[in-house]
Design a protein around this ligand. Structure first.
Ligand SMILES: [Zn+2]
Length: 207
């Protein structure tokens, strides 16, 4: 979710632009270890994470960033489990911080006003951009290609189709553990990394 000032609008940003922003963020705030520690990145940027009981139930969102971009509120259950979903939610809000903060004038509003205000913008580019940022932050393309090539005997593209279901399962588990993201995020990032290989996502062997 994103807060935008009165009349504020998030502009179109192409994917390269978003990836560059991810790379800058990683370079500035990341220790180079996988899985990417989103909490440490928040710390580095001076952003606090505040778990809220029943946030998902009450507001029907997993997370949101405060109007001053200094606090990420997350559902307490996701926070306690430190789940894949929690990590993605924090990375998504970091996307709003990095990509959208500059388009947001400081306007103080109550939480309720803030939510009503936000709903007007849910169809904006903002959500796509924040999701794309999060996927790239948690699963950088070069590292995904490296891990997959490693798992497939040096070449993912060459050896994928001949792999047995049990081999695929084993490699998927390795990828999931390495990045600590959901299978959906892995599938999306594989489509980004290997464009035109749509069958990967539809292939039941892989899922
Ligand atoms: Zn959002």
């Amino acid at each position: 979710m994103v807060y935008l000032g009165e009349g504020g609008r998030v502009p179109y940003l192409n994917k390269n632009n978003i990836v560059r922003n991810v790379e800058d963020t990683l370079e500035e705030c990341w220790n180079g270890a996988f899985p990417v520690d989103v909490e440490a990145i928040c710390d580095d940027l001076g952003i606090g994470i505040l778990p809220i009981i029943d946030l998902s139930k009450t507001f029907r969102v997993d997370a949101f960033i405060s109007a001053d971009f200094r606090t990420i509120y997350v559902d307490s259950r996701e926070f306690e489990r430190d789940s894949h979903r929690y990590r993605f939610s924090v990375a998504h809000e970091l996307g709003h911080f990095v990509l959208h903060r500059k388009y947001c004038p400081h306007v103080t509003k109550s939480l309720d006003e803030w939510f009503r205000f936000f709903r007007r913008f849910t169809n904006d580019y903002a959500e796509f951009q924040a999701n794309y940022f999060a996927g790239n932050l948690l699963v950088p393309e070069a590292e995904l290609v490296r891990v997959l090539n490693d798992g497939f005997d040096g070449s993912f593209v060459r050896n994928y189709w001949n792999a047995s279901p049990s081999e695929l399962g084993r490699i998927l588990m390795k990828v999931r553990r390495h990045f600590r993201v959901s299978d959906d995020v892995i599938a999306r990032r594989m489509r980004d990394a290997f464009p035109g290989v749509d069958e990967i996502d539809n292939n039941k062997k892989w899922r």
